[in-house]
Design a binder for this molecule. Structure first.
Ligand code: ADP
Length: 286
């Protein structure tokens, strides 16, 4: 008897080493800025990096990489259609923003938003990657749930400002990741907009959103503080011009993102080692 062959859909994540979710409790705290500069820093460190803009309600990755208006092409291989990510600054990128007109208001209903993310994940031609970062929408919701159902997430990075109203939502976010439904380890918190230093007064630090809010919260919750990023006009300008500051690793503030990327790498490496089964040690008595 001839058994009909059932085509097996290839797993787009088969060769992706680490999947990192970048999340925030609130919008506007710099989540996309951190995701973009982390991706560029990791790529500059020689890592193979991808970035999915899953912030379907306000995709800003195309602008931050200056690839607005570009359309990813499709490629078919053995009956499977793949979406080829756009590559810039050594990072493979896909965003729903690349499939819609930037000026059009997109009204996403829940299922449409999660469907769009599913497509970027399952049809993305990601190939071999050390890190795939997923820039999530702010808050907690359907997209987060879809993500963990679709891919094995290594861990989440939470971005916040040190301000008290933002911190309340950070706790909610952390509890969501720790909860049964999502159950993704939180790798740490990034405190963004920690202080402002005017160029003409380089010794002065102004704590506009409060001092060490995330640092203190991280300590209280037993979570790692991955880094503190100051408010710098250049960070905002480079986001708008599509040339991330992390492209200049030796210059402030690009160096702050490189330090952050190194810290994150170390945390992930330690975590992966801890998760590996204990290896048998051969002891010779001679
Ligand atoms: P989110 O993804 O949380 O909504 P964004 O990354 O879009 O936030 O950042 C919101 C705004 O703040 C953007 O205009 C961005 O350029 C700016 N921004 C973010 N972080 C910094 C920073 N450390 N210094 C200066 N501007 C920043």
């Amino acid at each position: 008897m001839q058994v009909p062959e059932i085509p097996v859909k290839p797993d787009p994540m088969a060769a992706v080493e680490n999947i990192i979710a970048v999340a925030s409790g609130k919008g506007g705290v710099g989540k996309s800025t951190i995701a973009v500069n982390l991706a560029v820093s990791l790529a500059a460190m020689g890592k193979r990096v991808g970035l999915i803009d899953a912030d379907v309600y306000g995709p800003s990755i195309p602008k931050m990489f200056h690839i607005e208006g570009q359309r990813p092409v499709a490629r078919t291989e053995e009956g499977t259609e793949w979406i080829v990510p756009i590559e810039k600054y050594g990072v493979k990128l896909l965003s729903v923003g690349l499939f819609v007109n930037p000026e059009d208001a997109v009204i996403w209903r829940g299922p449409m938003a999660t469907g769009a993310l599913k497509q970027l994940i399952s049809q993305g031609d990601w190939g071999e990657l050390d890190y795939l970062l997923i820039d999530l929408p702010p808050g907690t919701g359907d997209v987060h749930l879809t993500m963990v159902q679709e891919v094995p997430v290594t861990g989440a990075v939470i971005v916040s400002t040190p301000q008290e109203v933002a911190l309340a939502d950070v706790i909610k976010g952390i509890n969501m990741f720790a909860g049964e439904k999502i159950n993704v380890p939180v790798l740490g918190i990034v405190e963004n907009m920690s202080w402002f230093t005017p160029e003409e007064l380089p010794e002065n630090k102004y704590y506009i959103f409060g001092k060490d809010g995330c640092k203190n919260l991280a300590e209280k919750m037993g979570i790692k503080l991955l880094g503190q990023i100051p408010i710098v006009q250049g960070i905002r300008e480079s986001g708008d011009s599509g040339e991330p500051v992390a492209l200049q690793p030796d210059k402030s503030p690009g160096d702050a993102f490189h330090l952050l990327a190194h810290t994150l790498e170390k945390v992930i490496r330690t975590r992966n080692i801890e998760l590996e089964p204990t290896k048998k040690v051969e002891i010779t008595t001679k």
